[in-house]
Design a protein around this ligand. Structure first.
Ligand code: IDP
Ligand code: MG
Length: 153
């Protein structure tokens, strides 16, 4: 079942120069990038995106972290994208996340955990609309031989 899901490459990933390596993991797994942009989240957008956390004591720090620096929003598409992406990303706390997952390999923190991924199909639909307009999402032909060849020969 082909699905789409939203990733946010957080400020720590950008500052530490991890974007290429993080995106490679999704490309390696066979997902297609169908939308991507750099942006700075507004406080209102952060409150909407993290509505389930606004009452938590750590929310002010989370809002600061997510709004103070640019992030990269990405939509990827592929088989069971939502579930498989959560497995590739790993659990919230990087310190406890298993090796092999992005957070397990790249983060030792609960807050600065490099990446967000939508947690259900319903959330993914809402979150994609939150960050991208319809015409910013692209359909393009995969497995086009012309593009798959690295060389002209
Ligand atoms: P998720 O990112 O694994 O889906 P959520 O519970 O939705 O986890 O939390 C969203 C984000 O809020 C986390 O990725 C992390 O950056 C931050 N966060 C969650 N729980 C804590 C905490 O206990 N302390 C500090 N930051 C937290
Ligand atoms: Mg979440």
């Amino acid at each position: 079942m082909k699905e789409r899901t939203l990733l946010l490459l957080k400020a720590d990933a950008l500052q530490r120069g991890l974007i290429g390596r993080i995106l490679s993991r999704f490309e390696d797994k066979g997902f297609a990038i169908v939308a991507m942009k750099m942006l700075r989240m507004s406080k209102d957008l952060a409150k909407e995106h993290y509505a389930h956390l606004v009452t938590k004591p750590f929310y002010p720090d989370l809002e600061k972290f997510m709004t103070e620096y640019p992030i990269i929003a990405v939509v990827i598409e592929g088989k069971e994208a939502v579930e498989v992406t959560r497995l590739i990303v790993g659990p919230t706390n990087g310190s406890k996340a298993p090796g092999g997952s992005i957070r397990g390999d790249l983060s030792n923190s609960t807050s600065r955990n490099t990446i967000h991924a939508s947690d259900s199909k319903e959330t993914a639909e809402k979150e994609i609309k939150r960050f991208f307009k319809h015409d910013e999402l692209f359909e393009y032909k995969m497995h086009n031989e012309h593009f798959l060849k690295a060389s002209d020969e």
